[in-house]
Design a protein around this ligand. Structure first.
Ligand code: SF4
Ligand code: SF4
Ligand code: SF4
Length: 894
């Protein structure tokens, strides 16, 4: 039946509804209020509060939240009988409720208050119903919100949110009768439960039972975008004076629909943190001295003028907006005269850019986040979405609840495994063998999409030939995954359509990262899962604007919009646009820059908003390179480990202090907005770079504001040609967007691929083991990843006390079997030694690791996980192998 085909009457008014809608939803969407407390949009109906009772045409009382509309219904929402029932229900709820309304922090925003007023309940009405308020202590264990169960009305919204939306199930109803309450496993404080502190239950709670610790109401709110991961959730930042005091999700936005994770909801205190850099600093005799901007900029401009172009390199920031990144690459190319510019995508998704470009002609997520929930099969490999991209994690859980099949392939038992139909725990670094093995089964069993291959692909026969090496027994031996599971996964993915692949750094951060990406591309082509809704190959980006930093040409081989720096026509175009002569050779990639710095070829570096000393592998090696520079300028908002090594530190602004745009994982360009004035003497990053360029005598850097920079981006890069600030005022646009009539491109490769031939190109692959395998001296494989509570090197999240309280150090995770063998215990400090160095983290025994594999996060300078990781590079993308290195774990002797 078509939409809105049902017609019914509510209080005599004729209204239309969709089949499946409830009476309550229909009434509310037609601005007819029906009291309710246990209803929450998006959750399954519960029908427990009995406040939404209405009378149907037969005169029966029914719960409006549970009863679906039917043609011809005639509903009455208000009469004496209905009100009597509602009033009694409400009075029973209020009877043992703490009525300290004036001092309750939910005052004026409490649904129980609203309903009491609507029903006209007075203190006297409670009379004999009034009973003793239960003596339940407040649970203040969570750093961000409190649970005061004296105010709980047992509506179950929090329980259902945690289960239905999050799939976490940290809380549930417990105890019986009068003792009933919302509780955790074993009635422990919330912080000791599986709660991930997302605060979704707190937002949904209709009364004052779940309340943020900081509850000041903002004086104003500004719509912007979360500064953490690549999901790009839309938020409203609340401000009082010049302090950001709150964040809430934008419910009307298609990316996150109001949902946020713990970082997005609570991780904003870094903005006004007292440790923010507020003055330019110049190092004299190994000590930083505060100086004024003129002195700092003149000094940097004068120093940078003395080096040859090839002696300079810039690292731009995946945290900063597109406009900042555009200006950094323009400065490097047009003012200094070199293509030596890169960004931290080199350490994460450069294999995606290189691999997907070769196979499909475009190196970005092919489909959209909102399509995930409609996939019939999700193949999630080498990514831990519930920790690293939590709102995408929610969409995956939603898809499974909608009936999608979920295959998870990861060396560890990540949280998503509990929702998966098939789990493949491959040995780290064996993804090519696993994926090619899966594809051999698909080909052998004839469950490939021959029509798609014939019509839209090339190089299939060569690829098919390369599958011969991957018989199932060999694949089982290489990957450690049971062959029947591999077979089941192959069949499930190939025969359940539409199927979508989601991956991230577990695929890319290998010495064969680009080959892993090729393998995923092959798999999607083989099964025809490209160019259609809810399909595709979808790299989830780690940092908020790592997509944008690449889009803006902060890469040594492309100008903005992926236009090649070695293409004579493109060079000519940019020379005309920028009115300068440009370098026509490929620049150095980040690891090559560091090598060149070590051997003295690179003498000066400009690092904007990145902290390679902690984020890159083999820390000692990085430090040696940076120490060997003549001149290092770091632009950041905190004194990071890298900033400490600089000759000059320039204070940039956080995302809340400047206008601009971020590009999220799905290529959506979204507006960020200035919420407060720059802290101290800090300046927007684009402005600092422009002022530097002007001091070096350059033209073309006199922008009035960030929007003028974006207009130039749209002018020089055709894929952004139709995007401007006016068009993305409310919601973002996904590139390519060629002109103002173009609504953008949610799905890439619908008709043709962007390769020269227009066909998707199969790539034959031969399995290569990781650079460093375990041996007698280093018998364990260390793999690394992120914690839910932190972001990169924690320069921002580390300044948020609550996040540090929830996760304050990088531990080493190990299974019980390995711990018993080594005689080490949970919580004790151990030595972790690789060929590059040693660290001493705490041990955490967990069943997420399998024997022979240990795991560490890399967020904190103190633990410096990357002292021991391997800097061996993928030969194509030059991305380091963070995900596999051989280590030995030893007990620390007293
Ligand atoms: S804590 Fe809030 S959301 Fe949860 S049951 Fe109680 S009143 Fe409802
Ligand atoms: S904060 Fe999130 S994870 Fe924790 S109980 Fe609430 S909904 Fe569940
Ligand atoms: S999922 Fe990512 S973008 Fe969304 S709130 Fe969390 S950190 Fe921010």
């Amino acid at each position: 039946m078509n939409k809105k085909e049902i017609t019914l009457k509510i209080d005599g008014l004729e209204v239309n509804a969709d089949r499946g809608d409830t009476i309550l939803e229909t009434a509310l969407s037609n601005n007819i209020f029906i009291p309710n407390l246990c209803y929450y949009p998006g959750l399954k109906p519960w029908g427990s509060c009995r406040l939404c009772m209405v009378e149907n045409e037969e005169g029966r009382l029914v719960t409006a939240c549970e009863t679906q509309v039917q043609d011809g219904m005639d509903i009455v929402t208000e009469n004496t009988r209905i009100n009597r029932v509602r009033k009694l229900s409400a009075e029973l709820l209020i009877a043992n409720h703490e009525v300290d309304c004036l001092t309750c922090r939910k005052n004026d925003d409490c649904k129980l208050q609203e309903i009491a007023a609507y029903l006209g309940i007075k203190q006297d009405d409670l009379g004999s119903l009034r009973c003793q308020i239960r003596d339940i202590p407040i649970d203040d264990s969570n750093p961000f919100f409190n649970r005061d169960l004296k105010k709980c009305i047992l509506c179950g919204i929090c329980v259902r949110t945690c289960s239905e939306v999050l799939g976490v199930n940290a809380i549930d109803f417990g105890f019986r009768g009068y003792e009933s309450k919302i509780t955790t496993f074993a009635d422990r404080p919330l912080v000791e439960s599986s709660c991930v502190s997302c605060g979704e239950c707190m937002v949904a709670c209709p009364v004052g039972a779940l309340i943020p610790k900081e509850v000041l109401k903002p004086a104003r709110e500004v719509k912007t975008v979360c500064p953490y991961c690549g999901v790009g959730c839309n938020i409203y930042l609340g401000v009082r004076g010049s302090t950001v005091i709150s964040a809430r999700g934008d419910a009307d936005n298609s990316v996150n629909k109001g949902n946020l994770c713990v970082k997005g909801r609570f991780g904003f205190n870094f903005i006004n943190h007292p440790d923010r850099l507020t003055k330019p600093l110049i190092k004299h005799d190994n000590k930083f001295e505060e100086v004024e901007w003129d002195e700092a900029l003149n000094y940097v401009a004068q120093k940078l003028s003395i080096y040859k172009p090839e002696e300079f390199a810039a690292i731009s920031s995946a945290r900063c907006p597109n406009e900042d990144n555009y200006v950094v690459q323009k400065f490097t190319r047009a003012v200094i005269g070199t293509n030596n510019v890169d960004n931290c995508a080199r350490s994460c998704h450069a294999p995606s850019v290189a691999g997907l470009a070769q196979i499909f002609g475009s190196g970005a997520m092919s489909n959209s986040i909102d399509e995930i929930k409609d996939s019939s099969c999700l193949f999630v490999i080498g990514t831990n979405p519930t920790s690293s991209y939590p709102v995408i994690g929610l969409r995956i859980v939603e898809a499974v609840k909608n009936g999608a099949k979920l295959i998870v392939a990861d060396p560890r038992n990540i949280d998503l495994c509990k929702h998966a139909h098939i789990v493949l725990n491959q040995i780290p670094g064996t993804d090519v063998a696993l994926l090619m093995g899966i594809m051999k089964i698909i080909v052998d069993e004839g469950i490939l999409d021959e029509n798609f291959i014939k019509a839209r692909c090339e190089n299939f026969e060569e690829f098919k030939e390369s599958l011969k090496e991957y018989d199932i027994d060999t694949v089982e031996a290489i990957t450690g995954v049971n062959k029947e599971l591999i077979r089941d996964a192959a069949r499930l993915y190939a025969t359940t359509k539409p199927a979508s692949i989601l991956y991230s750094l577990g695929i890319t951060e290998h010495t064969h990262g680009t080959e892993n990406v090729f393998a995923l591309g092959n798999l999607a082509l083989l099964t025809g899962n490209m160019g259609k809704p809810s399909t595709g190959v979808n790299p989830i980006r780690g940092q908020n604007n790592v997509q944008g930093a690449c889009d803006m040409g902060c890469l040594p081989d492309v100008f903005p919009g992926y236009q090649k720096v070695v293409d004579p026509v493109t060079i000519q175009k940019f020379e005309n646009l920028w009115n300068v002569e440009l370098d026509n050779s490929l620049g150095l990639k980040f690891p090559e820059m560091l090598d060149a710095a070590k051997n003295g070829d690179i003498k000066a570096m400009y690092i904007v908003g990145e902290n390679p000393v902690t984020s890159e592998p083999d820390t000692e090696n990085i430090k040696k390179s940076l120490e060997n520079l003549d001149f290092l300028v770091v632009q950041d908002i905190f004194m990071s480990e890298t900033a400490l090594m600089a000759d000059v530190v320039l204070p940039g602004c956080s995302f809340a202090e400047k206008d601009g745009t971020f590009a999220n994982s799905e290529r959506r360009i979204q507006r960020i907005r200035k919420v407060i004035e720059p802290v101290g003497d800090s300046r927007p990053d684009w402005l600092i770079t422009c002022q530097l360029a002007q001091r070096m005598g350059a033209e073309g850097f006199k922008y009035q504001d960030a929007s003028e920079i974006y207009d130039e981006i749209a002018e020089v890069a055709p894929i952004f040609g139709g995007i401007n600030y006016k068009r993305i005022k409310e919601g973002g646009i996904q590139w390519p967007c060629i002109d103002e009539n173009d609504k953008g491109t949610p799905i890439l490769h619908r008709e043709t691929f962007k390769t020269e031939s227009g066909k998707g190109k199969f790539i034959p692959l031969h399995y290569r083991p990781s650079a460093e395998l375990p041996d007698d001296d280093y018998p364990l494989i260390l793999t690394t990843g992120r914690s839910l509570y932190h972001y990169q090197t924690s320069t921002m999240t580390g300044a948020v006390d609550g996040l540090k309280e929830l996760y304050g150090e990088d531990c080493i995770d190990m299974c019980m079997e390995d711990a018993l063998k080594l005689g080490v215990e949970n919580g004790e400090k151990v030595k972790v030694i690789s060929r590059r160095g040693k660290i001493e983290p705490k041990l955490r025994i967990t069943d997420s690791c399998h024997p022979g594999v240990v795991f560490m996060t890399f967020h904190f300078g103190e633990s410096a996980t990357n002292i021991i990781t391997n800097s061996a590079l993928d030969p194509i993308s030059k991305t380091p192998e963070f995900k596999v290195c051989a280590v030995r774990v030893e007990k620390i002797q007293d």
